[in-house]
Design a protein around this ligand. Structure first.
Ligand SMILES: NC(=O)c1ccc[n+]([C@@H]2O[C@H](COP(=O)([O-])OP(=O)(O)OC[C@H]3O[C@@H](n4cnc5c(N)ncnc54)[C@H](OP(=O)(O)O)[C@@H]3O)[C@@H](O)[C@H]2O)c1
Length: 241
């Protein structure tokens, strides 16, 4: 495993949840970290939470001009991590709203494709890109899970093809189970604790993850130069129940 000391890591989605956990873990491993998100306020709060030891850049990955500017500003770097995403559509297919679904696809999938496109020019030899899919492709919430399931599932194939196209740059995916993040507060509000207690009772690991529980999967993929085109599931056994 290559050490991360002194390596520059760009975490898109690093202002909250899983991305913030990855940024924290990377800093603990002496990496140089740049966090990216849309909201300057969220970025400021994350900078504070990370002890001011990160650079932050506001950019919206649904806007290609933002992504191009982001990588111009970042310059040469070692690893791209993206955990960026918005809460998934949660209504049955019969009630699907085309604009909302398009917005979700734009944010999650096309945003990742555009990140990869523009990251290439600054990524150093030996570098990697890691994107985030999720348990919903394996255990879709029903109803309303088809869209998020389709998009999350596509990430593994995106990584496999891109790992060949961009070799020796490595491309991998992390697929987390449920993780306690602000996304859940937005999705289900006060019902969160009930959902989490029920899930903790079902999964073999006996708990719902915190961001710190899944961050090591990202660090592993950055550090292991023999991992590419792969999807790592880190879900406490949630796919088994
Ligand atoms: N939490 C879970 O249980 C779980 C499980 C499996 C998979 N996932 C997936 O993991 C990803 C991260 O989830 P999370 O729970 O960490 O969510 P979160 O706490 O809401 O964080 C999402 C991050 O993405 C950023 N973001 C969203 N849209 C963006 C855009 N267009 N451009 C740039 N940044 C953007 C947000 O910042 P701004 O809003 O300021 O842009 C924020 O930093 C999501 O894609 C989610 O589907 C989550």
């Amino acid at each position: 495993m290559a050490p991360l000391k002194g390596q520059k890591i760009v975490v898109v989605g690093g202002s909250s949840g899983i991305g913030l956990g990855v940024a924290k873990a990377a800093l603990q491993n002496d990496a140089e970290v740049v966090i990216v998100g849309r909201s300057p306020d969220r970025l400021k709060a994350a900078e504070t939470a990370l002890g001011g030891r990160v650079k932050s850049i506001a950019a919206d990955m649904t806007r290609e001009v933002d992504i191009a500017r982001l990588f111009d500003e970042v310059g040469a770097f070692d690893h791209l991590v993206s955990t960026a995403g918005t809460p998934p559509p949660n209504y049955p297919i019969g009630d699907t709203d085309m604009d909302f679904v398009r917005g979700f696809v734009d944010n999650k999938l096309i945003g990742a494709v555009m990140l990869a496109k523009h990251a290439v020019r600054g990524l150093k030899k030996g570098g990697s890109m890691i994107f985030t899919s999720g348990i919903n492709k394996d255990r879709p919430p029903v109803p309303g899970g088809s869209v998020v399931s389709a998009i999350a599932g596509s990430f593994s194939y995106f990584a496999r093809a891109l790992a060949q196209e961009l070799a020796p740059t490595r491309i991998n995916i992390v697929s987390p189970g449920w993780v306690d993040t602000p996304m859940w507060d937005e999705l289900v509000g006060e019902a969160k604790s009930g959902y989490f207690a029920a899930m903790a009772g079902r999964v073999p690991a006996g708990k719902v993850a915190a961001p710190a529980d899944v961050a090591p999967a990202y660090l592993y993929l950055m550090g292991n130069d023999f991992m590419t085109g792969e999807t790592i599931h880190i879900d406490g056994g949630q796919r088994l129940v």
